[in-house]
Design a protein around this ligand. Structure first.
Ligand code: UD1
Ligand code: CA
Length: 457
């Protein structure tokens, strides 16, 4: 098989984004655009990838990593896409094989489409093959100009196009395969005499034609993939396309998503079949949602494992483990390092942080549980607070199995509430409670009979 190389163009500043952030680092579904391109291109089995970086170079290198098969070159001044490819000359020009050039701002093109382009290029035995597509609104893209017999002649940029050329619906997606040596030879002939005063890579097409080389275009039917992100409107479009792609994958795998337009699932999330996702749910990071779980409406889950049959309604959870057949919410906040067991109930306005909650325990209403270890079958009454912070340090609250904490109790840590014990409502507990004890820590009630009536008179 012929050797394959790739050049990723990622040096442009991205003026139209109006951003301090380098264009190709703008994230689509939480991942920089250039990283999507890199991940997809890697599936095409390349011998070498050269990424052209400029403004913000270090940040790009950091995001996509440097290695043997992936190298960076710097384009000091952004003089155009042709000039950008020339920066890879020292690394590539003497190599035999095929070079694919892709833009760092087309994050939706899939590895499969790249593969189809390679295949087409090799079958046609062409010197250059453009990945093109037909769109209803070609505004902003370069147009693929063909002659009477349908052969590709050249590409004309929007700003240089004549009235009739502007009507052409076949666009240049910014991705091409080239015979490597022919590419670098032709680049030397590219001039910057055009509306933008730039060295255009697409001009190579006409130059190769002039040398009687075979030039072809592979028109992909997957128009949706070819979006070039130049501004924030396109960025939102890319987000939408990729979001739908992810949602569709999950639905095909047996996940019910009630309103896919209003459901946001991260690229690395794993969801088992028969999970039900209600509108307004966001599931991100390395989350795993097990079978028969029910998420939402309006829940945000980040880096959590959610057990089978668990329900999370109108709640937030991050960096935590949640067991099976547990009920969370509405309006619960599960903060990092919570480990919640099976058949647990965490009810409304309950905040849990860095705590273990054993199987079949309940914290049903209005509580703060932080730095706690709660055993199994514990009932934490409404309004209970673990007083974990003394202004300097955080301390541990232990509540052993089968304990019952009355409403509105303060458990001042470090403290242990023994197995099977009972804390009376309204207590502020500062000393350990032994197993099976009743602990009351509040002023004794005194009734002054008739006093209120006397006051009123
Ligand atoms: C480019 C193509 C256009 C095509 C469109 C597809 C040219 C002249 N035009 O237009 O035919 O329809 O992509 O999306 O190529 N870059 C550099 N160095 C530079 C200039 C650009 O690395 O000096 C990089 C950018 O970071 C970007 C890519 O090249 O990733 C494309 O540049 P951009 O300015 O976005 O080109 P378009 O105007 O979109
Ligand atoms: Ca672009």
């Amino acid at each position: 098989m012929k050797k394959r190389y790739a050049v990723i163009l990622a040096a442009g500043q991205g003026t139209r984004m109006k951003s301090k952030l380098y264009k190709v680092l703008h994230p689509v579904m939480g991942r920089p655009m250039v990283q999507h391109v890199m991940n997809q291109i890697k599936t095409a089995n390349l011998d070498q990838i050269v990424t052209v970086v400029g403004f913000g170079a270090e940040a790009v290198e950091e995001k996509i990593g440097n290695g043997n098969e992936s190298k960076f070159v710097i384009q000091e001044e952004q003089l155009g896409t042709g000039h950008a490819v020339q920066q890879a000359e020292a690394l590539l020009k003497d190599k035999e094989g095929t070079t694919i050039v892709v833009c760092g701002d087309t994050p939706l093109i899939t590895g499969q489409t790249f593969q189809e382009l390679f295949d087409h290029h090799e079958q046609e035995n062409a010197s250059a093959t453009i990945l093109s597509t037909k769109v209803d609104n070609p505004t902003g893209y370069g147009r693929v100009i063909r002659n009477n017999t349908g052969e590709v002649e050249r590409i004309v940029e929007q700003k240089d196009a004549s009235e009739s050329e502007l009507n052409v619906k076949e666009i240049n997606t910014g991705t091409y395969c080239f015979d490597n040596k022919s590419l670098f030879r032709a680049l030397k002939e590219v001039s910057n005499e055009n509306a933008q005063g730039e060295y255009y890579l697409p001009d190579v097409i006409e130059i190769l034609r002039g040398h009687d080389k075979k030039v072809s275009a592979f028109s992909t039917p997957n128009e949706e993939e070819t979006l070039g992100v130049n501004d924030r409107v396109a960025l939102a479009q890319a987000e939408k396309v990729m979001k739908n792609r992810v949602n569709e994958k999950h639905m095909r795998n047996g996940v019910t998503i009630i309103d896919p337009n209003n459901t946001y699932i991260g690229l690395d999330v794993i969801i088992e079949q028969d999970v039900l996702i209600h509108p307004g749910s966001i599931i991100k990071g390395n989350s795993i949602i097990k079978t028969n779980a029910e998420i939402g409406p309006h829940s945000e889950i980040v880096n959590c494992t959610v057990g089978d049959g668990t329900v999370i309604h109108q709640s937030v959870a991050s960096d935590s483990q949640i067991g099976s057949n547990t009920k969370i919410g509405p309006y619960a906040n599960i903060r990092p390092s919570a480990s919640i067991g099976n058949k647990v109930k965490i009810g409304n306005f309950v905040e849990v942080k860095k705590s273990v909650i054993g199987d079949e325990s309940k914290v049903s209403h209005l509580s703060y549980i932080g730095d706690a270890e709660i055993g199994t079958n514990v009932n934490v009454g409404c309004g209970t607070i673990t007083v974990n912070y003394d202004g300097k340090n955080k301390h541990l609250t232990k509540i052993e199995d089968d304990a019952f904490i009355g409403c509105n109790s303060n458990l001042v840590a470090p403290i242990t509430i023994g197995k099977g014990s009972f804390v009376a409502a309204g207590s502020t507990i500062t000393k350990n409670v032994p197993e099976d004890s009743l602990s009351v820590a509040r002023a004794r009630q005194e009734n002054k009979e008739g006093y209120a009536k006397r006051l009123k008179n």
